[in-house]
Design a protein around this ligand. Structure first.
Ligand SMILES: Nc1ncnc2c1ncn2[C@@H]1O[C@H](COP(=O)(O)OP(=O)(O)O)[C@@H](O)[C@H]1O
Ligand SMILES: [Mg+2]
Length: 322
């Protein structure tokens, strides 16, 4: 198990970004740096921590956790849909098939919860019963299991933008995605969610909600980006859920909600400059990421020495990419 000291030692040298000019112009998402040509996308998962669509700081080992956890899930779920993963030449790097992105993110939710304005709970307590075009019954309680998982799609915003809510009808009538392709995305997202829930349950976790991204590769729908990570999903602890739910207490979470709550306590909800993360928070978040990885995969996380920029370049050389 990773120690507090290993995390604290790594803080000054975390992977914030990586420049590899030989690969062309660096592109950046909130968390990943990437380079691509016509066929491949080299995705380097950094240690950047985002929430509220803002970079809040950096968490040691987070990039490696996200990347390796995604690799685990892509392997587990490739029987449901082909995914972009070609190889993982380094703990922080995935080589993916470079796709034309589908401009809609598929969010699947098994429970009614959340604190942000895009959450269904936010709309529900404000009296709405048709949310994202889906009808919800009266009398639901926060954190209650839905009778079946629902899909709440959003736009995939350009850099710096916020994802906007969509309905199935809007997506199809605006021509963002054809009806045929959208139906395939729906079926796939639900199948992935079901399999993910089963695997999480065996690990003592509940997959509460998650986001999937898809792309088109040689005309075919494939899954891209990341999968069932604490950045793209909410996880709760199974053991304590029922009792807490019955007592109107918040479930024990194992994801970014913990971080959102810390910021909320500081009075920050995403506007303006975020307060700086203190060391205690960084350690707690890093441990959670590592723990989620270990619980889900059943493998011990391999702690490494920072800095890692040179290691990444060496591994890209060995893989014949540099
Ligand atoms: N195989 C792929 N083909 C094309 N685009 C991809 C692929 N995998 C991931 N992406 C895109 O690359 C970017 C990865 O960076 P990330 O930090 O995750 O961005 P974001 O801030 O949108 O979450 C995202 O825009 C994602 O949609
Ligand atoms: Mg992303």
């Amino acid at each position: 198990m990773i120690t507090d000291l290993q995390i604290i030692d790594a803080i000054p040298q975390v992977l914030k970004t990586i420049d590899i000019p030989q690969l062309g112009a660096k592109q950046q998402g909130k968390v990943r740096d990437f380079y691509f040509d016509n066929n491949q996308r080299i995705l380097i998962t950094t240690d950047r921590q985002s929430a509220f669509d803002v970079i809040l700081g950096h968490i040691p080992y987070k990039g490696a956790v996200l990347n390796q956890l995604s690799a685990f899930w892509f392997e587990q779920c490739q029987d449901i849909i082909e995914n972009h993963m070609i190889s993982v030449p380094d703990a922080n790097v995935m080589i993916g098939k470079n796709c034309e992105g589908v401009p809609v993110e598929m969010i699947v939710r098994g429970y009614i919860t959340g604190s942000t304005k895009t959450s269904i709970w936010y709309s529900y307590i404000n009296g709405q019963r048709t949310i994202y075009g889906i009808d919800f019954p009266d009398g639901l309680k926060k954190n209650e299991k839905l009778s079946q998982p629902v899909i709440t799609p959003t736009t995939h915003a350009e850099q710096g933008g916020h994802d906007e809510r969509l309905t199935r009808e809007e997506i199809i009538s605006n021509g963002l995605v054809s009806e045929e392709l959208y139906s395939q995305m729906e079926q796939t997202a639900l199948a992935l969610f079901e399999k993910g829930s089963e695997i999480c349950e065996k690990a003592g976790l509940m997959l509460v909600d998650t986001k999937y991204e898809f792309g088109l590769y040689e005309g075919k729908l494939i899954q891209i980006d990341e999968m069932h990570t604490p950045d793209s999903s909410r996880f709760w602890i199974k053991d304590t859920y029922a009792e807490r739910f019955a007592n109107n207490e918040e479930p024990e979470n194992f994801d970014k909600e913990f971080l959102r709550l810390w910021y909320a306590q500081q009075g920050y909800t995403g506007m303006g400059n975020p307060p700086e993360m203190d060391q205690q928070l960084i350690v707690a978040v890093a441990k959670r990421y590592v723990e989620v990885y270990e619980k889900i995969t059943g493998k011990e996380f391999e702690v490494f020495q920072y800095p890692i920029e040179e290691r990444i370049k060496e591994n890209l050389k060995k893989a014949g990419i540099l």
